[in-house]
Design a protein around this ligand. Structure first.
Ligand SMILES: O=C(O)CCC(=O)C(=O)O
Ligand SMILES: [Fe+2]
Length: 345
């Protein structure tokens, strides 16, 4: 079948029940769709005034307890967030012919539109989503923009602005985390946050959400994950229980990925998360991340290791971590044991 015919968005309107290969086995289904107000909502505006040290404490506490928090007053304008979401709504509504050049089943391609998970051909059960991924840009002049979609017409203009602004906010949050963890100033600037990218997921309305899955439970491999959403669907796991993240207008969800857990020697928890679908509204999640460059050497920071607090993780090259992560993702057995196991001491 042509790649374009596989996109969920190209055929989902014609089905009233879930095709057999989208029905998850019972252990992979989700029965809990409740939204929680517990996940901390932090006001980044406090940074400018006397609230800075309180903000840092709130970030570290949320990172320890939830591995995630939401931010408001973060410096990215409401208009730009709105425009970016509009661009993605338009992108995923384009006729499939306009997507032809982006569609690919080669998971090594840096710019790629694909359906379901990382490796469709190898899946027993498909995910109810289509995904676009590409590198992000840190400056308006970055050449990566030339490889991005050129439709809708405003794509490159709006997403360049968005990517630059979200990157600024991410570096700001990483600086606050750096201070909260007592690391050397600028610890995360440079190679630990140089690998930057965007993943945009489109989950069309689904006839049977309790049998389907949007995205399986996982932790991200990166240094920091930023998510924009306006429809409910993101859930995080806390103390063994799944809780839904309330989609607040103009807020970003910030998630702690594996590298922050490892660098902080387990003080911060990486956030296990998954995506569920709903019957009535398409959901788009705009994920912007920063990760280490391939050659970065990573391990618990010296400030978090002592005789009474021995290192929990080995020191490794990020490329090695990433390859191991992708290997298990493609083998359908990605979980904390397989992603972190080889790096545990
Ligand atoms: O759709 C979401 O909110 C989560 C997406 C996600 O976890 C990912 O793309 O890694
Ligand atoms: Fe994720």
């Amino acid at each position: 079948m042509a790649q374009s015919d596989l996109l969920v968005s190209s055929w989902c309107k014609n089905v009233k029940s879930l095709p057999a290969d989208y029905i998850m086995p019972p252990e992979k289904r989700t029965t809990d769709f409740s939204v929680s107000k517990d996940i901390p909502v932090l006001d980044l505006g406090q940074e400018a005034g006397r609230g800075r040290s309180a903000l840092i404490q709130q970030i570290i506490k949320a990172g320890e307890e939830f591995g995630a928090f939401q931010v408001i007053n973060h410096g990215v304008s409401d208009d730009l967030m709105h425009e970016a979401m509009r661009v993605y709504e338009e992108f995923f509504s384009l006729p499939v012919d306009d997507h032809e050049s982006l569609l690919s089943d080669d998971f090594y391609k840096s710019v790629r539109l694909y359906t379901s998970g990382y490796n469709y051909a190898n899946e027993d059960h498909h995910l109810w989503k289509d995904t676009l991924k590409h590198p992000a840009c840190a400056h308006p002049q970055d050449e990566v923009v030339q490889g991005w979609p050129d439709k809708p017409e405003r794509y490159r203009e709006i997403i360049t602005k968005y990517s630059v602004e979200v990157r600024k906010m991410s570096v700001r949050i990483l600086d606050l985390i750096c201070e909260g963890l007592g690391l050397e100033e600028g610890f995360f600037r440079g190679e630990l946050s140089q690998g930057i990218g965007m993943v945009i997921n489109n989950y069309p309305p689904c006839p049977e959400p309790s049998l389907a899955m949007g995205i399986h439970a996982h932790c991200d491999p990166y240094t920091l994950t930023v998510i924009q959403q306006q429809v409910y669907g993101l859930q995080i796991k806390k103390s063994g229980k799944w809780i839904g993240v309330d989609p607040l207008p103009n807020a970003f969800v910030i998630m702690i990925p594996y590298q922050l857990q490892i660098i902080s020697n387990g003080k911060l928890s990486s956030c296990e998360h998954r995506g569920v679908t709903n019957t009535s509204e398409a959901r788009i999640s705009v994920v912007t991340f920063c990760g280490p460059s391939k050659e970065s050497v990573i391990g618990p920071a010296k400030e978090h290791v002592s005789a009474s607090n021995p290192p929990q993780f080995k020191t490794y090259k990020y490329l090695d971590f990433q390859m191991n992560y992708l290997y298990h993702l493609s083998k359908k057995n990605l979980c904390n044991e397989t992603a972190l196991g080889p790096y545990l001491l």
